[in-house]
Design a protein around this ligand. Structure first.
Ligand code: F58
Length: 808
């Protein structure tokens, strides 16, 4: 029995009706859904009971939204994404329904602590990083804006791996969020589609018929997504793979138990794991099958829903907008054409045009190694009919554009290029920041852009202020409401009215107070979880994101080493105390990223045990960074590290979250940093480094790294310390490879940007010392970044891409 005693007492004599009703429902669910008596209920039982009681309150608005969409005959948006990095849902649902205070009181009456219950929920980590988290923010905004929409994805049994550190090294273990009941989903056994793979294509009465060799069922699970203030709810439908043939009884009876279960096991592997690779489009057949599996199920569901309302398939683009989140669902084009042409006998070119009018594609990366390409023979083996249709689409495009350069072809040198496929089957293609969109037009899609100059548009990313400000940062949210009134959470550009207050010392004092409160909370959590003391008076300097060479965590840790050396040389100088916080996972197969992780941990060990530091410099790297950890770290940040090599980070979204929470950026002119700086003002952004154009030029110099190292005493010294085994005394040569690579192949220009970075960090030290200036800068960041709400981004998609409107 682990009943938790509430931290605060409740002094209502008579509970408010909302509280009483919720309390009753929690009790009822505890008894009848969980089969537990309050005296024996665990935190899990309370969490389930509260979640079910809250879910009950979502169902009516959910039904009402669906009914209204049918009544108004509205166009629906379908967001197809292989990843939804949702995090926890209980706190979010409670906040959106404005039930969080009521739930807190109801649980307190039952002697249970609300925060403990909320933190008991495992993260739904069905994504790797920014791309998946963006999808989750967009679901929140689609519901908030009352845009009729469905998210479609895969119900992975295992989300992103759990990260641990052993001897500083990343070790991965399986994550199992579904080992507990998922309170939010509704199983939909009636929404099941048979999805085929392999086999052959025959001609019957002039029409192509695909005879798949292997089939699985895609079975739907629905999670309602309630928007801000509970005015609208959409559906996230995740597909789970089930066997079409349950069990081979004959084989079983012959004693061949493994073979008997083979078909079942094969089917289940499709929705078993999220690919943890954010570096390369994995050349794995399973990955292609996952992509086709969820895309085909979604497209079938979309056409079925359309047909339930309208019999004229030519009306499809008026009712259906399908967004492909990167190229993972790019098979949607050929699949829709197949359904329209093969199954519904529409003329082929009409089917191609119609599906193009429904589809659009968001590109999230320019890194060539991350652009998906499938071997043509594998594609033909797994999806023979789709391969025919891709050839048709490609050949038709070649006919329409006789002079097109060879490399814009979808199929080239035995590979199917999914970027080109997505581009040619979409009516709109968008980049995720202004810079990224410009570079897309100039690089990966240069020739396609020339042929189709109206197709590429820009939609700068956004983040939901509900999760990323209102609920994760209560002290600051309260101050904002106290200062500018209510209404800003659903209309974030109102934050701009904070601007005049950023010169008011009394306001800035309160702003500093809110930050301090968050820093104390984080400091306590760090002490409890990793045993490191982080002084809340010090500057909390945070870099959290996937570990990737282009994101340059390596540059950050080298700067940390250089600073450490400088402090040791002159401990009496007036140093600004800093806590450097890192968070993030490396793809399990990404060796260099894993070395960087180990280096950060090794450096932390040495610096944190150096008595000379005495709180002047601390390095912390809590393992297993995820959405919930981000919710703790971001509100407590003083400084946001956005230091990627210019031209490589498509947008970034963490940069927006930090700025919103009053942490100015130290950063390069990359991704959405550019637009953040334009909005907060150059004085309130710590800019350094080469521009995207300068990066390209600098790379032409074969000696760029060596020259930069030789010109920089700080950098040479720091690299020397890494190379001489200062941080790996038991294995001095441990980082020789890493240092060597910097000297000889510093593709991401860590060395060339280092001095500017180091100098800007020292400037930041100076500004931090002047409290008034610092908090003015911090508050200006909060005041000026309302535009980065995902509500603005979704409005942009609705107008410019989907031609969809709100049903509110
Ligand atoms: C990210 N991409 C971008 N990809 O790197 C980031 O700049 C941007 O803000 C964000 O998308 C949202 O637009 C990203 O997260 C992945 O994780 C893929 C997972 C599957 C394999 C290829 C990378």
């Amino acid at each position: 029995m682990d009943t938790i005693i509430a931290h605060r007492s409740v002094d209502h004599d008579l509970p408010e009706p909302g509280v009483a009703a919720l309390q009753e429902d929690i009790d009822r669910h505890l008894k009848y859904s969980l089969g537990k008596d309050a005296a024996h209920a665990s935190i899990y039982d309370w969490r389930m009971s509260l979640s079910l009681a809250i879910r009950d309150r979502i169902v009516d608005p959910w039904f009402a939204s669906t009914r209204r969409t049918y009544e108004l005959e509205r166009k629906r948006v379908y967001y197809l994404s292989l990843e939804f990095l949702i995090g926890r849902l209980l706190g979010d649902a409670a906040v959106n329904l404005q039930l969080d205070d009521i739930a807190r009181d109801a649980l307190a009456n039952l002697n249970v602590d609300y925060e403990t219950v909320v933190h008991d929920e495992p993260d739904a980590a069905l994504g790797n990083g920014g791309l998946g988290r963006l999808a989750a923010c967009y679901l929140d905004s689609l519901s908030t804006l009352g845009c009729p929409a469905y998210g479609y994805g895969i119900r992975y049994e295992h989300g992103l791996f759990r990260q641990g550190f052993e001897g500083g090294r990343q070790v991965e273990s399986a994550e199992a969020w579904l080992s507990q009941r998922n309170a939010w989903e509704f199983e939909r056994p009636e929404a099941a589609y048979e999805i085929g793979f392999g086999g052959h294509v025959s001609k019957e009465n002039g029409a192509a018929v695909w005879h798949p060799e292997e089939t699985v069922f895609a079975s739907g699970y629905d999670t309602p997504i309630i928007g801000w203030k509970g005015r609208w709810a959409n559906t996230l439908r995740l597909w789970s793979a089930k066997p079409t043939k349950l069990f081979d009884l004959q084989k079983f009876n012959q004693g061949d138990y493994l073979a008997a279960a083979e078909t079942e096991a094969l089917a289940r592997t499709i929705s078993r794991v999220l690919y943890p690779d954010d570096t390369t489009g994995q050349g794995k057949e399973l990955r292609l099958k996952q992509e086709y599996f969820f895309t085909a199920a979604s497209v079938r569901d979309i056409v079925r829903r359309f047909k339930s309302e309208c019999s004229d398939l030519r009306q499809l683009p008026n009712r259906v907008a399908i967004q492909m989140n990167d190229t993972h669902p790019a098979i949607a084009g050929p699949e829709l054409v197949r359904i329209l042409h093969d199954d519904n006998r529409m003329e082929l070119n009409e089917a191609v045009d119609l599906s193009q009018a429904c589809l659009s594609y968001t590109n999230h990366t320019l890194l060539p190694e991350a652009l998906e390409r499938w071997p043509e023979d594998m594609m033909r083996r797994v999806l023979p009919r789709h391969m025919d249709l891709i050839e048709h689409i490609d050949a038709r495009h070649a006919r329409q554009h006789p002079g097109r350069p060879a490399h814009v072809a979808i199929i080239e040198h035995g590979a199917v290029k999914m970027g080109e496929l997505a581009f040619l089957t979409s009516h709109r293609v968008n980049g995720v920041s202004a810079l990224h969109t410009r570079l897309m037009k100039e690089s990966v899609f240069r020739d396609l852009h020339r042929l189709h100059p109206d197709r590429i548009v820009s939609q700068t990313n956004g983040v939901t202020p509900r999760r990323w400000l209102w609920s994760c940062n209560r002290p600051l949210s309260r101050l904002i409401t106290e200062t500018i009134g209510e209404g800003w959470v659903g209309d974030l550009e109102r934050l701009d009215t904070l601007t005049p207050h950023t010169d008011d010392p009394a306001f800035l004092e309160k702003f500093a107070g809110a930050k301090r409160q968050n820093k104390i909370a984080l400091s306590n959590w760090l002490k409890e979880t990793v045993g490191v003391t982080a002084d809340p008076e010090a500057m909390f300097d945070i870099q959290i994101k996937r570990i990737h060479e282009y994101k340059r965590q390596l540059m950050n840790i080298i700067e940390t080493i250089a600073l450490w050396a400088a402090i040791r040389e002159d401990p009496g100088a007036d140093w600004t105390p800093r806590v450097k916080i890192f968070g993030g996972k490396a793809a399990p197969g990404y060796a260099v990223a894993k070395e960087v992780i180990r280096l950060i941990n090794d450096v932390a060990t040495v610096i944190n045990s150096d008595p000379v530091m005495e709180g002047r410099l601390t390095v912390v790297y809590p393992p297993n960074y995820n959405v919930s950890m981000a919710e703790r770290l971001i509100p407590a940040a003083d400084l946001s590290e956005q230091i990627s090599t210019a031209g490589k980070e498509a947008s970034g979204t963490g940069n927006m979250k930090f700025a919103m929470n009053g942490a100015p950026t130290i950063g390069t002119l990359d991704g959405a940093n550019v637009e953040i700086r334009e909005r907060v003002g150059a004085d309130n952004f710590f800019l350094f480094g080469l521009t995207a154009e300068e990066v390209e030029r600098r790379r032409q110099d074969p000696d760029h790294a060596r020259e930069a190292i030789e010109a920089s005493p700080q950098l040479s010294r720091a690299l020397g310390l890494i190379a001489d085994g200062t941080f790996s005394p038991d294995e001095p040569q441990r980082y020789h490879g890493l240092v060597d690579q910097l000297y000889n192949h510093d593709y991401f220009l860590v060395c060339s940007d280092f001095d500017a970075y180091y100098a800007m960090q020292r400037h930041v030290d100076g500004v931090f010392k002047s409290r008034d200036t610092w908090f003015h800068v911090a508050a200006m960041n909060t005041a000026k970044v309302g535009w980065f709400s995902s509500d603005r981004a979704i409005r942009g998609y609705m107008e410019e891409i989907w031609e969809a409107s709100s049903a509110l």
